[in-house]
Design a protein around this ligand. Structure first.
Ligand SMILES: [Zn+2]
Length: 478
């Protein structure tokens, strides 16, 4: 029969092993300038239950440091300081319990904890070394969570990257945070370096969006996008109970940085670049806000021509087709007194305030003309309104298409009763694809149907990459 080893013998051996292991780590890492994985694959031979204490201490230390990329020396010194205490506390527990079953029960819990911590660290190191995206890590953690409840849910918590406190300033009747144009562009450093251009053109989008239905709180983000890339980045965001009351204050930090990037430029990996905004993409209210012009519903609200609108049946219309066009130079000189409320701070950026504010077909056609047409058909004058039966049949046809819509479409068709919630992509789908099919054979005025088909064909031609061919002349004829 094997002699029973005394508690003090176990304790002495364990302490000795821990200290020798800690010293070896210290010596090794103090003279080691090469970055190595923080978790050692080799483990000291310790009495049962002690190994998990060391490993747990190791993992705790990683968390306390706030990052897995902390200096090795700091880790090993802390390990030396804490190991003995942790080790003794476990042995004390053993002494108090006096039964091996307690020892093993505790050990199993700690080993399980140790396994989770190890797994956590290993995933963190793997995701950093393999450059795995946060989204992919989040999905992996979601899969592992049921089997390892102690694992965090997000990549941020896993890597302990934490959050930076934003620099919030009170301006224009709300709060504003500036993230920066250059900070956003640095995310696309590889793409910029691979593009071999000296001047980076970027687009700007400013829009207001309500946050809640029960309050007037709204966000006004300033988004940027490098020309030729798909992914936008956040430049700044305003939050308030209404739109920015002072456009100069709202755009001040954006304009200051844009001017510096345009004139002085910046460097990426030692290579000089300059960056300039080439266009603003906004809806009509945002355009009027940024350009400091009258609203699009005003008599002099047209962005492109000097025509005075006519008030017809409750709305302002612009029936002329030959009015003089507005020019960038005259706008910059604030010549259009009946159109410009005051001088826009964006004029200082030096790009075309008329040609630089593009008129995009998403706002003008999809969210503009098509939605207006559908509203007239559903709730307009009796001469153009569809019967309730026709609306029901059209909705039924749209819903029946849901199973046949290819995956290339972002959304499935919805009933006309949900028109208020239709997105621009759904209105585009109706205009270009499903509309002509579902409206055919309905008891609607032939003029209305032909009018819609005419618009659909025109947009098909204009959206074609071959619109410069003689077909574009056909558009003018239509
Ligand atoms: Zn006009």
């Amino acid at each position: 029969m094997k002699d029973k080893v005394s508690y003090w013998t176990i304790r002495r051996k364990a302490q000795s092993t821990v200290q020798s292991w800690s010293s070896s780590i210290t010596d090794e890492y103090v003279h080691d300038d090469v970055d190595e994985p923080l978790i050692r694959t080799e483990s000291p031979v310790l009495p049962h239950g002690v190994l998990c204490v060391n490993a747990a201490t190791h993992a705790d230390e990683m968390n306390e440091c706030g990052s897995v990329a902390r200096p090795h020396v700091q880790f090993s010194r802390s390990l030396m300081k804490r190991d003995t205490t942790e080790y003794i506390s476990v042995l004390d527990y053993y002494e108090e319990g006096g039964q091996n079953i307690h020892w093993f029960s505790d050990s199993e819990d700690m080993i399980e904890c140790n396994a989770t911590e190890n797994l956590r660290d290993q995933i963190a190191i793997w995701s950093i070394s393999e450059k795995v995206t946060d989204t992919a890590v989040d999905k992996l953690l979601k899969l592992l969570k049921p089997h390892h409840p102690d694992l965090p849910v997000t990549s941020r918590t896993l890597k302990n990257t934490g959050y930076q406190v934003a620099d919030i300033v009170n301006i224009a009747g709300g709060e504003y945070v500036h993230f920066g144009i250059l900070n956003g562009m640095r995310r696309f450093e590889n793409e910029i370096l691979a593009s071999f251009v000296d001047v980076i053109d970027y687009h700007i989008n400013v829009d207001g969006l309500p946050l809640f239905r029960s309050s007037g709180t709204q966000l006004w983000p300033i988004l940027g996008k490098i020309n030729g890339l798909r992914c936008p980045f956040m430049i700044g965001v305003f939050c308030g109970q209404h739109k920015p009351s002072n456009v100069n204050d709202f755009l001040n930090r954006f304009i200051e940085e844009a001017m510096v990037l345009k004139t002085s430029g910046f460097t990426l990996q030692g290579i000089p670049f300059r960056a300039q905004p080439v266009c603003f993409i906004c809806d009509a209210p945002a355009r009027a806000l940024l350009k400091k012009t009258k609203s699009h519903t005003g008599y002099y609200g047209c962005d492109r021509c000097v025509e005075k609108g006519e008030y017809v049946e409750g709305r302002v219309t612009f029936p002329q087709l030959t009015a003089d066009k507005r020019t960038d130079i005259l706008f910059a000189n604030a010549v259009y007194e009946d159109h410009q409320l005051c001088r826009s701070p964006l004029i200082d950026l030096g790009f075309g305030m008329v040609s630089g504010f593009v008129l995009d077909y998403m706002h003008l056609v999809c969210l503009g003309v098509v939605r207006r047409l559908l509203h007239f058909w559903l709730r307009g004058a009796l001469t153009v309104r569809l019967s309730a039966r026709s609306v029901s049949l059209i909705s039924h046809k749209l819903i029946s298409m849901r199973g046949s819509v290819p995956s290339e479409f972002a959304r499935k068709p919805r009933a006309l009763t949900e028109l208020e919630y239709w997105k621009a992509s759904e209105l585009r789908q109706f205009l270009l694809y499903s509309g002509m099919v579902v409206l055919k054979d309905q008891k609607m005025d032939k003029k209305l149907y032909d009018h819609f088909v005419c618009l659909s064909v025109i947009m098909h031609i204009l959206l074609s990459p071959h619109a410069h061919t003689p077909e574009s002349l056909f558009v003018q004829l239509l």
